[in-house]
Design a protein around this ligand. Structure first.
Ligand code: NAD
Length: 354
């Protein structure tokens, strides 16, 4: 049997444990994994692009564990009642090749992306940061706010979204969580006086969500929405004034804000900062940019965390996913000896065909 954490179980685990607590736990675990970066077998994610979206496979392994995530990015989906990003993934034992865990990863991606933002902000944002601009108030946004609060203690938000309904939604979700929220009148207004700017917009376009003129000395930019060729959020003039940090450079060169700059544009991989090989923020006037695209290691860490946290609890279900004949070489015989119909009638799923 393989451990299963499906949507109801994942939702219950997050509700009972607390999203912010899980984000902080994953961030701590991520630091430990980023510190042993050379031990991982890394590759850029494999992307299947269409004119309106992308489907990606994100594999990674170390000597003991293997993981992959299937994830999509379809910015036009909300307009047809679907989410921009959905995901599921698997976590496996390298020594047997058997899967250990199958998990929903739409929620888990939001948690791990916030945990990554938190881990990075601890090294790159000014420690006295108090105000966060949050531009793009969709699915990732509340998790991002919680990540910054867990890393820096920020509870004052300046929010902006082109869709007022998204601003209503984030207010509804975060005011009860103790956040103070200012509804900005534009992206520029949101950035005014902010110490940290998080951009989490979704548009398959070379957008300019933040203009160079709005970026003041000492700001930290956490740009998570530009994560695909042809899909970016920052005025490139910002990059020229900033120190730019990335997850896995070969992937970010393809997908991140730095897809616009020459291949020799200097960036620092975050693992070097975590291990102390490279500096993070150097002074209070420096502008720092985390050009986040999302890397497979973050998913492996999150899957490992879920597996450890829920094993042996009611949040861990089981799925009979691996055919296991009594004689491991008699796979065919398993078909003939199966007598009873021990499976439930499949529920008829709704296919969201475009
Ligand atoms: P979402 O569709 O739920 O939310 C995006 C929001 O951005 C929407 O509310 C939309 O109205 C708003 N928006 C679009 N254009 C805007 C603009 N010009 N100005 C202000 N707001 C604008 O998407 P989501 O799940 O929250 O994801 C946000 C982005 O983050 C996506 O692009 C996604 O691909 C990316 N993402 C990155 C990572 C990572 O690891 N870096 C992880 C998950 C998602």
């Amino acid at each position: 049997m393989v451990m299963l954490v499906d949507v109801p179980r994942m939702t219950a685990w997050i509700r009972d444990t607390g999203a912010e607590r899980i984000i902080a736990d994953i961030a701590a675990r991520l630091e430990a994994d980023y510190a042993r970066w050379p031990q991982f077998d890394k590759v850029e994610r494999i992307a299947a692009h269409s004119p309106i979206g992308v489907i990606e496979l994100m594999p990674i392994a170390d000597a003991d564990r293997y993981g992959f995530k299937y994830v999509n990015g379809h910015p036009a989906n909300p307009a047809r009642g679907l989410q921009t990003v959905t995901a599921f993934g698997a976590y496996a034992d390298v020594h047997t090749g058997y899967p250990l865990l199958i998990a929903e990863m739409t929620l888990l991606t939001a948690l791990r992306t916030a945990a990554t933002s938190a881990m990075v902000a601890k090294r790159l944002a000014r420690p006295d940061s108090q105000v966060m601009a949050l531009i793009g108030n969709g699915s990732q946004s509340e998790f991002q706010a919680m990540g910054m609060r867990s890393a820096l203690g920020i509870s004052s938000l300046r929010i902006w979204d082109t869709d007022p309904a998204a601003m209503d939604k984030i207010e509804r979700n975060l005011v009860p969580q103790g956040f103070t929220i200012y509804r900005a009148t534009s992206a520029e207004d949101a950035c005014r006086g902010a110490d940290v700017i998080t951009t989490a917009t979704a548009d398959k376009a070379l957008a300019q969500i933040v203009a160079d003129a709005w970026v003041k000395p000492g700001m930290h930019l956490n740009a998570i929405g530009g994560d695909c060729p042809g899909k970016t959020e920052l005025d490139t003039a910002i990059l020229d004034r900033a120190s730019v940090f990335v997850e896995y450079e070969p992937q970010t060169r393809i997908e991140g804000e730095i897809q616009h700059v020459p291949a020799n544009f200097p960036v620092t991989e975050m693992w070097r900062v975590i291990t102390g090989e490279a500096p993070g923020r150097r002074n209070s006037a420096e502008i720092t940019v985390f050009d986040s695209v999302g890397f497979a290691l973050e998913d492996l860490t999150a899957l490992a965390h879920v597996a450890d946290a829920v094993e042996g609890t009611a949040y861990a279900g089981q799925i009979d996913l691996v055919a296991s004949p009594d004689d491991p070489r008699d796979l065919f015989g398993m078909i003939a000896t199966s007598t009873e119909a021990s499976f439930a009638e499949p529920t008829v799923g709704r296919i969201h065909a475009a």
